[in-house]
Design a protein around this ligand. Structure first.
Ligand code: SF4
Length: 378
């Protein structure tokens, strides 16, 4: 007995000694990893739980909504196992966005939410929704989760929103918003910023202030799916660099006037106001996983790095040549730009315009602005 205790004490002392010797090395590795990931301490993951939708929006970037080949819950669980290992390896906290299609119509919506919450109790989940299905009863179910909501709003009133999203969708979205607010859940608006909607920016902020949402945000129009058809028929298009700069100025001015906040960590905001811009190191913003389990570089392009179930999440995320090129700043124009760390350029827009994620943001007005101004004045 005495011998056993002595051996145990010796073993404990050895483990303690070895741990203290290894501690600086472990700290060094952690520091390097955190440096690699920048100030961002989350690995935000967008789960496109379905590509089916109950609306058919005029500018939707999805080519179809048939949801064929979608993952089942077992497939998502296997991906979450891999995500758990990756976040542990990179010392990052989990955070999720549930998206679609329209996520609330998926039979996997609640089981997946439950799965996330049981694996990571209290984890933050943002639900990106058209809000047309948020009845009082539906919203009451969210009380168990740490969820917030981004509501797609594509026109500041019934006429303009329904023109893009279909008859009745504006009233349904506002009814959904009211139910969320009654349940004291946080909701923001998200509008697509295109040539057509750029004339409505002030009105968007007015409706946001009137309905007391916490933020009015914008995402740039992408010429993919229905969006490409709109551009081909000249019904709508992405903004030119000069128009984009004016639109961002109007967004910031409207936010100041109305007191409604707006997200300013996207590409190009830093050029309008040097105090704004990205917080984390670019090329490492997060994961986008589509309804078939494919890992994507960006949410709104249809390019896939590979299928996670076949090729592995860590392998694709850390070793795919495109991800490596992004991390190494091998981006034409943007990579050598002094504003890169705060801007980075929009990779969605780069791909939609050129078929490559590694080109300069086509909306950037640096260098091109004088020429544009001259053309537009003459
Ligand atoms: S060149 Fe790229 S990184 Fe530089 S400001 Fe323009 S879009 Fe941003």
């Amino acid at each position: 007995m005495h011998n056993e205790q002595h051996k145990l004490e010796k073993d404990n002392a050895r483990i303690k000694r070895e741990s203290s010797l290894l501690a600086p090395l472990k700290d060094f590795i952690v520091r390097r990893l955190l440096d690699f990931t920048g100030s961002q301490r989350f690995l935000t993951t967008q789960l496109d739980v379905t590509n089916a939708c109950n609306l058919t929006c005029a500018h939707c970037y999805h080519a179809h909504h048939n949801n064929s080949g979608a993952l089942d819950l077992a497939g998502w669980r296997s991906i979450l196992d891999q995500y758990d290992q990756l976040t542990a390896k990179l010392y990052l906290e989990p955070r999720f966005v549930i998206c679609g299609g329209e996520p609330t119509i998926s039979p996997l919506f609640w089981p997946l939410l439950e799965e996330l919450n049981s694996r990571w109790p209290g984890v933050n989940v943002s639900v990106l929704t058209n809000a047309t299905r948020l009845s009082e009863g539906f919203v009451a179910e969210f009380k168990r989760y740490n969820a917030d909501f981004q509501i797609s709003l594509d026109g500041p009133d019934r006429g303009r929103h329904d023109l893009i999203r279909g008859a009745g969708s504006f009233d349904q979205a506002l009814a959904g918003l009211k139910n969320l607010q009654r349940a004291e859940m946080n909701a923001t608006f998200l509008a697509t910023l295109s040539h057509r909607t750029s004339f409505w920016i002030k009105d968007f902020f007015d409706v946001a202030a009137r309905t007391r949402v916490s933020s009015m945000n914008f995402t740039r129009f992408i010429s993919q799916g229905n969006g490409k058809k709109l551009e081909e028929s000249s019904e709508d298009r992405p903004l030119t660099p000069h128009e984009l700069r004016q639109a961002f100025q109007t967004i910031l001015e409207s936010a100041r006037k109305t007191g409604v906040s707006t997200s300013t960590n996207g590409p190009l905001y830093h050029l309008v106001d040097p105090s704004l811009g990205a917080n984390g190191k670019l090329g490492f913003q997060g994961l986008v996983i589509d309804y078939k389990g494919n890992l994507k570089v960006t949410s709104r392009t249809d390019f896939r790095l590979g299928n996670i179930l076949d090729e592995g999440l860590e392998n694709l995320f850390l070793k795919h040549p495109i991800m490596r090129a992004l991390r190494n700043r091998e981006i034409e124009g943007c990579g050598s730009c002094v504003h890169y760390d705060k801007c980075g350029g929009d990779r969605n827009a780069s791909f939609a315009a050129t078929g490559s994620f590694l080109k300069k943001d086509p909306g950037c007005w640096l260098d091109v602005e004088p020429q544009r101004v001259v053309q537009e004045v003459s």
